[in-house]
Ligand binder design. Sequence first.
Ligand SMILES: [Zn+2]
Length: 304
Amino acid sequence: MKLTILGTGSATPIVERRPSAALLDLGNESILIDCGEGTQFQMLKYKVRFSRLKYVLITHLHGDHYYGLIALINTLNNTGRTEPLILVGPQGLDEILGIQLRYSQAFLNYTLDFRCTNPDKPEEVYANEKISIRTFPLRHRIPCTGFLVAEKPAPRKILAEKLPADFPLPYFKMLKEGLDVTDELSGKTYLNSHYTADPEPPRQLAYCSDTIYDPALVEYVRNSHLMYHESTFTSELEGRAQITFHSTAAQAADIARRAGVRQLIIGHFSSRYKVLDNFLAEARAVFPDTLLAEEGRVYAVPSR
Ligand SMILES: [Zn+2]
């Protein structure tokens, strides 16, 4: 699991920062979280493979979080995509996209598999054998959710060098599942503990986009390995943060500290800040393992 930050700015555009977007690389597929204006150019610039994109998650319908989506959807179509795109977002997003596509007489060769988020309570919106995607409520000026992307526990690792050459292939699956194996033909028993090792522990990313400081988040994001949390202002503008339903760097760090997350990334900086040193200093005073969001930088989701 690796997170590439594609946008670090907030609503007012400045040349130095792009609006919100982040790409979570899961190996052979990827998840885009938010898709501000120009996100596809950032994907090109930072060499994101469009063909691996399987999910797009939109936190809320303020423009700086999704105005790049219709452009990306069109580009995916133009590049010959036929595989469905799982799109998770607020009520109304499918309607907006439907109107845009209809009036430009664009017909997609792939399906938009839309799943509506619930801004009132946490919910699982997607799961397969490898990952689960859950939402949780954020408190913002319009309905808004955060996302948790969690790996499922991996199968046990087979220690191939310990297995005898004549180990019966059909039993590999049982070993991976943690079972001892008895070969019916030879009567030989293979103890799981001898032939397998613990897999990498599953990791979890928490993504908190626009939100007022909200201690209720602590329970939702608890023990995440990496948390992105917006930090639009520094503490001297805490009043402004409150009025606009945003957070300060210290408040983001406070959520991280209380939730026991492993590492914090702060982003969504207001255009009024030209340098970001104070964000980092302020957050690290509360939660030392904080990093600034930087466009194009790849953050490995740490294990514990
Ligand atoms: Zn917003």
